[in-house]
Structure formats: C-alpha cells, structure tokens
Design a protein around this ligand. Structure first.
Ligand SMILES: Cc1cc2nc3c(=O)[nH]c(=O)nc-3n(C[C@H](O)[C@H](O)[C@H](O)COP(=O)(O)OP(=O)(O)OC[C@H]3O[C@@H](n4cnc5c(N)ncnc54)[C@H](O)[C@@H]3O)c2cc1C
Length: 374
C-alpha cells in the first residue's frame, strides 16, 4: 500500500500534521523512535506559549508569536495554564535590553504589558524594569493525550512506535522508508518532523542538511513555595533565568541562559563526547533520549538556583524536584538576534520531501500551507 503521507516523529509537529491530514481522510502513517509520543522537545521545554516578549531583538519573531498566540490558546485551551502572573524584567546590568527599550518594543509590537515596581519581586538594584504580561504555559501531558485520543479514532491513521529507520530511498514517484527489521513503507509525501534529529533523517535520505548548532539542554523541575505558586518570572535578554509554571503539573520549570545548555555541537550530525560512553544507545546517526541514558549529565541546579536566588526576594523561593534533558537545534543564522524562526523546507516534489525545524510550539500552524493538497 502507498501511504498518502508518512510522518517521521510524534512530537507536536508530527501529530498536528497527522491529525490535519487524517481529518481530510488521507491515509497517514506516523513513525516514531520512542515507545510513546511527546517524549522529547514538545514535553521537555519551558512550556511557554510565546506572545513575543522573549524576542525584543527580533520584531518579526515577536509579531508572529503574538499572531499565533491567540489561535493556539483558543484551539488547545484545555491544556493552557493561564491562572498566574507572568512577570518579565530587565536586568540592571549585562542585559541586551533595558527598561526603556523593552517598553518601546512592547508598544511597537503591540503586545500588552503593565509596568510594576521591580522591588515587588526582585532584590534592590538588580532589575531596572518589571512588567506583568499576558503569556501562558501549556501542559504537554494533556496535549499529548488529546492527540493520541483523536488519532486513535481515525482508521486511516496508523502510529508505529519503537521504529528504527535504516534507509530512505527515492524510488520513482515514491519514497521507501526501510526499517532495520526489514519492514518497508512507501509514500509520495514524507514529512520529517524529528527536530533534534532533522539532519540525521536528511542524511539517510541524502538531502542537504540544515546549518544548525545543537545544545543539550536541562530543564529543572522545582516545587514553588506559596508566594511563587501563581507567578512566573523571566529576567531577560542576557545571561539570566526563568522560573514559571510547567503547564498544569504543579511544578515550575527553572532555566538559566548560561547553565541550561550543558554541551554544544557545531557538527552537521550531532556529535557529543558522552555518546562514546552510551554503548551505542546514542550516536551522531541517531540521538538517544538523554533522560534514559546511563551517562546523562549532572544537574546544573546549584548554579541555576544560585542565580535565581540572587535576583528574587526570599518570598519567591522553590526547591529541587528533578531534571529533564532535551536537544535543541538552533539555526546558526538565528544566533545573532535570538530569533528562533520555524523553518518548513521542501527538498523535493513528486515525491515530496518536507522537513520542519520549529522554533516554537505555537508556530505549528506554519505546516498548514505545505500539507495542503493542491
Ligand atoms: C530546552 C528547550 C526549551 C524550549 N522552550 C520553548 C518554549 O518555552 N516555548 C516554545 O514554544 N518552544 C520552546 N522550545 C521549542 C519547542 O520545544 C520545539 O519547537 C518543539 O517542541 C518541536 O516540536 P517537534 O514536534 O518538532 O519536535 P519533538 O517534540 O522533539 O518531536 C520529534 C520526534 O521525533 C522523534 N524522532 C527522532 N528521531 C527519529 C527517528 N529516527 N525515527 C523516528 N522518530 C524520530 C523523536 O523521538 C520525537 O518524538 C524549546 C526547546 C527546547 C529544547
């Protein structure tokens, strides 16, 4: 049988594509390396539904985020946590953006912010501006269940977990995806939605890779004390930190620009020293899941928490609950302005090969155009 679409990767981008095409009655096959969906970046990230505040050096990204914010919050309201104050602040020193610039930026990007006295949350002299903003977080666990339930109901959509792709071959007007166990699946439309593994899939298909840098990132989960429970805090645009609700889990995520990335790789296929010790579990040809790896990194909690404690008033404290790791591919071209665009790239047509390298969760709608059957 020839599938209308084969989608590699069961993160948000892959499952959104599967649902969109499945709703139209197309025969869709999703191939996922893990034993269940949403095990990588879609789950292991800050969970911020971006409104644009995070990108004061890229108006284009800020405006696009704001545009998609309302749509995402409306479509997936059941997994959105909005019952907290999301506070952004500009650091008094070492920041790329000061109070005046941030105020001007929000006005120009037309995103709402209410200025507050920094001393409400921060120790004296550390922040020159503080703002209550309109930004939420999403709960990946709830969102994942929604997609699984929706897709289960469709007889025209099949999910295959635990797959090991060995080769991708172009055969006339089709691509053949060949698994290590010999199973082969054919399609005229292949979507590569593997994020951290995008170049690994492109390599299998003999297609030019993205120019990316890889960062192995740690998201710390912590238990907020009472005062912090309904507050999220981001000290921004420089070597600072964020602590905010991790969806509806009751935990807060803690990240810090200087300490969240543990290791980087500038190679086309991700190469890390720890892979040698993983006994074949993880390699430049296939990234394992750091959370299940015997050589997963030590937590940077001592450094991240020290930084947050330096800024935050003692009332806004929290304690360590655990760590999650995920790989972040960053387009080298977006390093300068921190813009994190979502790139949807078509490498061939008839048969069609599309890769998506996303910058954010709520830009998932960027897939709509390429999924159309014109
Ligand atoms: C540390 C960090 C913080 C972030 N913070 C935010 C934030 O606050 N807000 C925001 O909007 N965005 C954030 N992002 C970006 C966001 O997480 C991603 O843009 C988004 O989750 C990517 O979704 P995806 O479906 O493309 O990838 P993923 O969710 O990673 O899914 C890719 C899937 O492909 C599978 N796969 C990989 N290789 C293969 C293979 N060979 N065969 C089959 N399957 C394979 C993986 O197992 C995985 O299930 C963050 C990212 C990181 C890493």
């Amino acid at each position: 049988m020839i599938w209308d679409k084969i989608i590699i990767g069961a993160g948000l981008y892959g499952l959104y594509a599967a649902k969109t095409c499945g709703d139209r009655g197309e025969r869709v096959l999703v191939l996922e390396w893990e034993e269940s969906p949403f095990q990588r970046a879609t789950y292991i990230n800050q969970a911020r539904v971006h409104m644009g505040y995070h990108y004061p050096r890229s108006y284009a990204t800020a405006i696009k985020s704001a545009h998609y914010f309302n749509r995402f919050v409306k479509d997936y309201d059941f997994c959105i946590h909005q019952e907290f104050d999301q506070i952004y602040a500009t650091s008094d020193s070492f920041s790329w953006t000061n109070r005046e610039q941030f105020t001007k930026f929000c006005k120009a990007a037309d995103i709402p912010c209410e200025e507050l006295v920094p001393e409400k949350y921060f120790n004296k002299g550390l922040c020159d501006g503080a703002y209550r903003t309109r930004e939420y977080t999403y709960d990946a666990g709830i969102l994942g269940h929604y997609f699984v339930d929706e897709l289960k109901r469709k007889i025209n959509v099949e999910m295959k977990y635990g797959v090991r792709i060995q080769a991708i071959e172009k055969q006339g007007k089709h691509f053949a995806v060949i698994l290590e166990n010999g199973e082969t699946f054919e399609t005229g439309f292949l979507l590569n939605a593997t994020y951290g593994s995008t170049n690994q899939i492109l390599d299998l298909a003999g297609i030019e890779p993205f120019k990316i840098k890889y960062e192995l990132c740690e998201i710390i989960l912590c238990k907020p004390q009472q005062q912090l429970l309904d507050v999220g805090i981001t000290v921004m645009d420089g070597p600072f930190f964020s602590v905010m609700p991790f969806g509806k889990t009751g935990y807060h995520s803690l990240t810090a620009v200087a300490f969240t990335p543990h290791m980087s790789s500038f190679d086309s296929l991700p190469q890390f020293k720890c892979q040698e010790k993983s006994e074949g579990y993880c390699s430049p040809r296939q990234l394992g899941n750091c959370n299940d790896c015997q050589v997963r990194p030590q937590s940077a909690w001592p450094y991240m928490s020290t930084m947050a404690e330096k800024y935050l008033k003692a009332d806004y404290s929290f304690s360590y609950a655990g760590s999650l790791f995920s790989m972040k591919p960053i387009l080298k071209a977006s390093e300068v302005d921190d813009s994190r665009p979502t790139v949807v790239r078509k490498a061939s047509e008839n048969p069609t090969f599309v890769s998506v390298l996303s910058g954010k969760i709520n830009t998932v709608y960027d897939l709509d155009e390429v999924l159309k059957n014109d």
